[in-house]
Each structure stands twice: as C-alpha cells, then as structure tokens.
Design a protein around this ligand. Structure first.
Ligand SMILES: Cc1cc2nc3c(=O)[nH]c(=O)nc-3n(C[C@H](O)[C@H](O)[C@H](O)COP(=O)(O)O)c2cc1C
Length: 150
C-alpha cells in the first residue's frame, strides 16, 4: 500500500496553499507515496495518526503560526498522544520578511514528539520558481523517508 504523506496547511491569501501544492507535487514524484493535502481546519487527529509522514505549513501571522493550524494542533494533542512519537515531519512557513512563526512550529513538533526530518523551509510570500523547487524537494525527501521507513 502506498505510504501517505499528510500536508496540513492554513492559508488566507493563497501563498501557503501554493507552497503546500508544491510540496504535494514533490511527494507525488516518489513511487509508492501519496500526498494528502488538507486544510488545517478540515484536518483532525485521525489524519495525523494514520499518515506515514506529515508536513505542516503556515503563513507567519503576527510572528506566529496561523490560528487555523494552531487549532489543528490544539485539537490533535491529547487524541494523538503517544501515537505519533518519532513520526517524520517537515515544516514550511511563508512570510512577509519575518518568519518567526517557525519557532512556535518547532516547539509543537517537540511537544508531539515527532521527528523533524529536514530543516524548516522559509518562503517569502508567494513561492517563486526557486522556492517551488525547494518545496518540491522537501516533499520528495519526506516521501522517500516515509517509503524507506527511515
Ligand atoms: C494578519 C497577517 C499578519 C501578518 N504578520 C506577519 C508577520 O508578523 N511577519 C511576517 O513576516 N509576515 C506577516 N504577514 C505576511 C504573511 O505572512 C505572508 O504574506 C504570507 O505569505 C501570507 O500567506 P497566505 O497567503 O497563505 O495567507 C502577515 C499577514 C497577515 C494577513
């Protein structure tokens, strides 16, 4: 069965959605991997428990992650406790010149005891071609980790 890479994101203006779609395109380059792209407000603990790897994407809103993604983590914390330990994950943040939201995201990964499989990716506003390539590489890398079980 194909390994599932969950991509949870929040996006009001579309920049982070475009970044999430690039990550999904990278996942789909890998045989035996499938991308599950879900808006954070529609995602839940079951999605996080059942995936083989997860990517979390957010805009930087007031130097923190978007409320929609925070809500997802809040709803998932107790129901997923001890069920996602060591699960490989990756992070990306779109921002307007700051990007400090990444700090809160890293803290959440630690709280959930997941394993950051790559350095977080910061993207300035709407992803340009270079950023899209990096986002695709991130998705491809995580899909390989998921399929190899590394
Ligand atoms: C309410 C709001 C607050 C923002 N605060 C910050 C900020 O603190 N630091 C920063 O670098 N960019 C900030 N930005 C810019 C966004 O992070 C950036 O444009 C992002 O790519 C928007 O993503 P989206 O199109 O997916 O909503 C803010 C934008 C909005 C709408």
């Amino acid at each position: 069965m194909a390994k599932k890479v969950l991509i949870v994101y929040h996006s009001l203006g579309g920049n982070t959605r475009a970044a999430a779609e690039a990550v999904a395109a990278g996942v789909r380059k890998v045989n035996d991997a499938e991308a599950q792209l879900v808006e954070a407000l529609k995602a839940g603990p079951g999605d996080l428990v059942s995936c083989d790897a997860a990517v979390f994407g957010t805009p930087d809103y007031f130097s923190y992650m978007a409320g929609g993604l925070k809500d997802f983590f809040d709803r998932c914390y107790y129901p997923t406790q001890d069920k996602v330990t060591d699960k490989p994950c990756a992070l990306f943040v779109t921002h307007g010149g700051g990007g400090r939201a990444v700090d809160g995201l890293k803290g959440v990964v630690r709280s959930f005891k997941m394993r950051l499989a790559a350095p977080p990716l910061l993207v300035l506003n709407h992803p340009d071609d270079d950023a899209r390539r990096k986002l695709m590489d991130l998705g491809e890398m995580l899909a390989k980790v998921a399929t190899l079980g590394g």
